[in-house]
Write a protein that binds this ligand. Structure first.
Ligand SMILES: *Cc1c(COP(=O)(O)O)cnc(C)c1O
Length: 222
């Protein structure tokens, strides 16, 4: 754990009006509690089973962000407590979230994940698919999901210009969709390696793990 780095990050985020999601995947509940006791409430997890186990053991006012790739058949396991689901990459997933949320009379906040990196392996929607989801969303009257913004992951590269361009693209997409009458106020972009660039390019939610908690074992990274 790097508490000093965490405190600096909190300060930076406060000044710039950015929400800091502390990404605690693979890290023990003790580490999460330590940050909780310093005031941190937003935590991000990638794996359903791990999230469920941590949620049981930790204070109930933690806001859990699901930032991984969510399978439709696992939605019901986290729906009653999850604060924000970042990785929506299909209409099917959104419909399942709506259905499960309706059952428990809840409105679940979601972000559409946009494919901004050059790597083919990363998940996410392109602009055409997003427009399709948005129009279907209105047709299908999904009253129990609230799409509040976009999320993206930049390429894994040392090329700062490329990262910046990818973030700029996501930000411009957010602006464009916003103007077209869809309220997308959250822009979730930026991780340990690129959060500074992301904030410069308009991010208002960063997801930072290793800078705060230390390196993860490679076998479990996404
Ligand atoms: C793991 C992960 C992060 C945090 O990555 P760090 O490089 O450790 O800051 C952020 N976003 C997503 C989607 C992740 O899977």
């Amino acid at each position: 754990m790097n508490i000093e780095a965490y405190k600096n990050l909190v300060e930076e985020c406060k000044q710039k009006n950015v929400t800091l999601v502390a990404v605690s995947k693979t890290k023990p509940v003790e580490d999460i509690l330590e940050l909780y006791n310093l005031g941190q409430r937003d935590f991000g997890e990638n794996y359903v089973q791990e999230l469920i186990e941590k949620e049981k053991q930790l204070p109930k006012d933690i806001r859990w962000h699901f930032i991984g790739h969510l399978q439709s058949n696992k939605v019901k396991q986290i729906i009653d407590f999850v604060h924000l689901i970042h990785g929506i990459d299909s209409l099917k997933l959104l419909q399942e979230i709506n259905k499960q949320s309706e059952k428990i009379n809840r409105i679940t906040k979601c972000l559409l994940q946009v494919h901004i990196a050059q790597e083919e392996t990363k998940f996410g929607l392109d602009e055409k698919e997003i427009n399709l989801i948005i129009s279907e969303f209105e047709n299908l009257k999904m009253k129990n999901v609230n799409v509040v913004g976009l999320m993206g992951m930049a390429s894994f590269t040392n090329d700062e210009n490329r990262i910046r361009k990818e973030f700029q693209y996501l930000q411009s997409l957010q602006q464009k969709l916003q103007i077209e009458n869809f309220k997308l106020s959250t822009l979730s972009m930026g991780m340990t390696a690129d959060y500074k660039i992301a904030i410069e390019e308009g991010s208002n939610m960063i997801r930072v793990g290793s800078l705060i908690f230390g390196e993860r074992k490679p076998s479990k990274s996404p």
